[in-house]
Ligand binder design. Structure first.
Ligand code: IMP
Ligand code: MG
Length: 173
């Protein structure tokens, strides 16, 4: 398979520096809380694995898989839980970890679902945010980078399941 090499939008170094800042902030905010990070599969895995190691307060993790995109670049607007989490989140301080806040459809759906399960608190961390694409009124509490309306890949984000392993966030020419 011949692949295009995406050009760097956010370098490994910039990502590492920003993730360290977010981790420090989260450590401070959750110092005396019962933090459960819930990664939205699959796009959040790279971000979450770095972010959790930047947190020095006690915490645990779980994962949930929702899909709103098909295999291409256009959202279907329909969100489906493909695989649910296993932890009981009642009374816990839940932080949803997402790769990107695009239209907001996926996160709104996830947040609504998790809120029904009675967490003590619910916040959202997103590596990226594309404000120009937002159609749903939802705000992330922690945002890595705000980017323009371009389709990005790498550091967990895919195009047709490819490019998730790139160590940087890139765009196609
Ligand atoms: P939303 O529901 O429109 O906010 O879309 C959220 C999901 O769409 C993300 O979790 C990503 O999986 C995917 N997505 C949105 N924008 C991009 C992009 O630029 N590159 C790769 N995936 C994206
Ligand atoms: Mg995707």
């Amino acid at each position: 398979m011949v692949k295009q090499i995406p050009k760097v939008l956010i370098s490994e170094e910039r990502i590492a520096a920003r993730v360290a800042e977010l981790g420090a902030q989260i450590s401070e905010d959750y110092k005396s809380k019962d933090l459960l990070m819930v990664g939205a599969l699959k796009g959040s895995v790279v971000f979450m694995s770095d972010l959790m190691r930047a947190v020095d307060s006690p915490m645990s993790i779980d994962f949930i898989s929702a899909s709103s995109y098909g295999s291409g670049v256009n959202t279907s607007g329909v969100v489906k839980i493909v695989q649910d989490m296993t932890a009981d989140i009642a009374g816990r301080d839940v932080l949803i970890v997402e790769d990107i806040l695009d239209t907001g459809t996926t996160l709104r759906h996830l947040a609504k679902l998790l809120l029904e399960r009675g967490p003590k608190s619910l916040k959202i961390a997103a590596l990226l945010e594309k404000p120009s694409r937002k159609v749903v009124n939802i705000q992330a509490d922690y945002v890595g980078f705000t980017i323009p309306n371009v389709f990005v890949v790498g550091y967990g984000l895919d195009f047709d399941e490819q490019y998730r392993n790139l160590p940087y966030v890139g765009v196609f020419d």
